[in-house]
Design a protein around this ligand. Structure first.
Ligand code: UD1
Length: 372
C-alpha cells in the first residue's frame, strides 16, 4: 500500500563526497524499510577514489547508486556547475516528489539548486550549522542550501537558533538529532572486532590520530609546514597516526617538495577501520567537522585545528576543544590531555541512533498532508 493511495512517494537522495556517505546510509535504510516510499540514490561522483567512496558503500551496506553523475574533481565553479546541470536532467527524467540532501559539500548545494528551480521541495539533513566564517566553502554551501530548502533537519540547538535568526519559519525547522551517529552506533561493535590496531602495531590509548584536509590548513605551504613542525614534536611523545586525504597528499607533493612529515602516514582508511582507530585513541587532532561529533560520542578528547566550529555543542557538552593552528596552544592542550585532564563530556540529545527514523516521520507526515 502506498501512502498516497496512488503512486509511492519518490525520494531522490543525493550523496557526493566522503562525509555524505555515513549520513545517507541510515536514511536509505529507513526509506527502504517503510511502505509507500520509492528511494532513488544519486552519487554525484565528487569523490571517486575507491578509498574515498566505494569502500564506504561496502562498509555501510549502502546499495549501488541508481545513477552516478561522475563529475569528479574541478574548481568550485566547475564542480558545482556540472552537478547542477547533470542533476537537472536526472530530476526532469525521474520526477521525484522530494530531494534529500545531506551536509555541506558542493554536491549538496548544486543538487538543491537544481531541484528547487524545478519546483521540487528539498529536505536538508544537517541544516543550520554555521561557522560564521565565509572564507570556508562549506559555509557558503550551508547558508545557500538552507535558505531554499523546505525541511531543515537540525542536529543541535545552535542550528535552530541560527535558522531562526536568518528568518526561517518555525514550521520548517525540525530538530531530529544526528544521522551520522545513527551510523556510528550501528557499526561500532563490528568496528571493535577488527584487527586494525594489531595490524598497525598499536596499543589502545597509546597513540593519537590526525586528519587534515581543510584548504585553509593544507593549501598554503607556510601553514602546512608550521603545523607539521609542532605535530612532529608531539609525535615524539605520543605516536601520531595520520591517514592522509588525497587533497593533503597532493599538497605535500606539490608544496613541500615531496618531503612528507615524519608521522605515521597511511592511505585513507575505510569507515570501520577509521572508527576502530578513533575509538581507541588517546586523542584526536583534526580539522574535520564530522570527527568533532564522532569523538564526542566516543568520549575521546578532540583538538580541532581550526579557528572556529559550526558544531558548538561538541565544545560545550562534548570532548572537543578548538585550538586553532598556533603551535603553543596546540602543545599546551596536548599536554593537558596527556596529563589526564580530560573532560568526559556527554552525548547531546537526539544523538541516539534513531535520527533517520525521525526524519522520515516528518517527510511521511508532510507528504500524506500534501496528498490529502
Ligand atoms: C570535500 C568537501 C569538504 C569535505 C571533504 C571531505 C566541498 C567544498 N568540500 O573537500 O567539505 O569535508 O570533501 O573529504 O565540497 N581527490 C581525489 N580523489 C577523490 C576526491 C578528491 O584524489 O576521490 C582530490 C583531488 O585532487 C581533488 C581534491 O582531492 O581536487 C579535493 O577534492 P574536492 O572534492 O574538491 O574537495 P575536498 O577537499 O575533498
Amino acid at each position: 500500500m502506498s501512502i498516497s493511495g496512488g503512486h509511492p512517494f519518490r525520494v531522490l537522495a543525493v550523496a557526493g563526497a566522503r562525509p555524505n556517505f555515513m549520513k545517507i546510509a541510515p536514511l536509505l535504510r529507513e526509506l527502504r524499510a517503510r511502505e509507500g516510499f520509492e528511494p532513488i540514490l544519486v552519487h554525484t561522483g565528487q569523490h571517486y577514489d575507491a578509498a574515498m567512496s566505494e569502500s564506504f558503500f561496502r562498509d555501510l551496506g549502502i546499495p549501488e547508486p541508481d545513477l552516478n553523475l561522475g563529475v569528479g574533481s574541478g574548481s568550485h565553479g566547475a564542480q558545482t556547475a556540472q552537478v547542477l546541470q547533470l542533476m537537472e536532467e536526472v530530476l526532469v527524467e525521474r520526477r521525484p516528489d522530494v530531494v534529500l540532501v545531506v551536509g555541506d559539500v558542493n554536491s549538496t548545494l548544486a543538487a538543491t539548486l537544481a531541484a528547487v528551480k524545478l519546483g521540487i521541495p528539498v529536505g536538508h539533513v544537517e541544516a543550520g550549522l554555521r561557522s560564521f566564517d565565509r572564507s570556508m566553502p562549506e559555509e557558503i554551501n550551508r547558508i545557500l542550501t538552507d535558505s531554499i530548502s523546505e525541511w531543515l533537519f537540525v542536529t543541535e540547538p545552535a542550528g535552530v537558533e541560527n535558522l531562526k535568526r536568518e528568518g526561517v519559519a518555525d514550521e520548517k525547522i525540525h530538530r531530529v538529532g544526528n544521522v551520522m551517529i545513527d551510523t556510528l552506533q550501528a557499526h561500532l561493535a563490528r568496528a571493535r572486532e577488527l584487527d586494525t590496531l594489531e595490524r598497525l602495531g598499536l596499543e589502545p590509548r597509546t597513540y593519537a590520530v590526525l586528519t587534515l584536509h581543510r584548504p585553509s590548513n593544507v593549501d598554503d605551504p607556510e601553514s602546512l609546514r608550521r603545523l607539521f613542525a609542532v605535530l612532529e614534536e608531539i609525535d615524539q611523545r605520543i605516536p601520531i597516526v595520520f591517514p592522509v586525504h588525497p587533497r593533503t597528499r597532493d599538497a605535500i607533493a606539490r608544496l613541500l617538495s615531496g618531503e612528507p612529515p615524519s608521522l605515521h602516514m597511511l592511505d585513507p582508511l575505510g569507515y570501520l577501520e577509521f572508527l576502530r582507530l578513533m575509538a581507541d585513541a588517546r586523542l584526536v587532532l583534526t580539522d574535520s567537522g564530522g570527527i568533532q561529533e564522532e569523538t564526542t560520542v566516543l568520549g575521546v578528547p578532540c583538538l580541532t585545528l581550526r579557528e572556529n566550529t559550526e558544531r558548538p555543542i561538541t565544545v560545550t557538552d562534548g570532548t572537543n576543544t578548538i585550538v586553532g593552528t598556533d603551535p603553543a596552544v596546540i602543545r599546551a592542550e596536548v599536554d593537558k590531555i596527556l596529563a589526564g585532564e580530560n573532560r568526559p563530556g556527554r552525548i547531546p540529545d537526539g544523538w541516539d541512533g534513531s535520527a533517520a527514523g525521525r526524519i522520515v516521520d516528518v517527510l511521511e507526515a508532510a507528504l500524506r498532508g500534501d496528498a490529502a
